[in-house]
Design a protein around this ligand. Sequence first.
Ligand code: NAD
Ligand code: ZN
Ligand code: ZN
Length: 349
Amino acid sequence: MRGVVFDGKRVEVAYDLQVRDPGPGEVLVAIQAAGLCHSDLSVVDGTIPFPVPVVLGHEGAGVVEAVGVGVTHVVPGDHVALSTLANCGTCAECDRGRPTMCRQAIGRPGQPFTRSGRPVFQFASNSAFAELTVVKAVQAVRVPKDIPLPLAALIGCGVLTGVGAVLNRAKVDRGDSVVVIGAGGIGLNVIQGARIAGALRIVAVDANPAKEAVARQFGATDFLTSVEAVRELLPAGADHAFECVGRVELIRAAVDLLDRHGQAILLGVPPAGAEASFVVSSMYLDKSILGCRYGSSRPQRDIALYAELYRGGRLLLDELVTQTYPVEEFDRAAADAEAGKVARAVLTF
Ligand SMILES: NC(=O)c1ccc[n+]([C@@H]2O[C@H](COP(=O)([O-])OP(=O)(O)OC[C@H]3O[C@@H](n4cnc5c(N)ncnc54)[C@H](O)[C@@H]3O)[C@@H](O)[C@H]2O)c1
Ligand SMILES: [Zn+2]
Ligand SMILES: [Zn+2]
């Protein structure tokens, strides 16, 4: 079968990939579409270290092909969006509703794929850039069949991370002021999350002026190409500043833009080991810096919620898919994403 494989040096569309059968508690999914998130590109450029060879992709949706022993919540033929959380479901963190913190699911990449008999790693417990992938039952979330799969795919990372950061982590309230630094696939979902939460002022900042139209479409009330000008719009600062690029100087800017009691939410992923600084005395006014993994999501609940918000016209998904690319054209999709030509590039199988 086909899949996008990174071997540590280059990315290649492989045709000789194989995946094992689903074991007990696992689901085999025929991927129909998968969004290209910056985290996939960050594996290739070394920003996110990951063992190789690896099948990339972690924002996918498809059709259940087969289920392993003990799986009853989905059956072959069901449409599913996939989460990246292979959480165990039985530990204290899972039990208290924090599957993103499950220790069983962090830093233990599996190798369900083979190529010429050699094992290949699975990225983010997911590897959605493959015709077939095997995930844990908790990761396969059924979605209504009237939602096109290229749209459902984007829920699996961009929406869960961006909207989830607003609703679950920052808990943005009606009337709050929000600054969103970076209006890519993650930032646009922070923007629409803030709109859904009832934020009054949503200031989008993106170095690429071409992002203005889509940022406003998703709910931005203002658009700037640099963080420097935010103070002119929000003289007292912001209640929430989301960093959605992954650069330490923008993390610093997010902290510096906070009003009293404000919080900076860190979503962007700079290179491993990167350090950021802040003026300590600025923080005593009840300010907070919040890390956020995967929107602090609870995928079975949240994916179902976002699917309904989409059907009700409140969550935009169609507008995120600027263009689809057959998986063979991964290089073109990656180039367009890097150049900022798309909100999300979506690969199809
Ligand atoms: N915390 C998490 O769980 C999580 C989940 C998914 C992605 N991420 C991370 O979020 C980040 C964004 O991912 P994405 O898929 O939205 O990327 P993207 O490439 O789609 O978007 C990045 C945006 O940042 C803008 N940008 C770049 N430099 C800028 C600057 N100096 N000032 C203002 N804007 C700038 C670009 O123009 C682009 O619009 C990445 O670091 C990714 O790894 C984190
Ligand atoms: Zn992602
Ligand atoms: Zn657990």
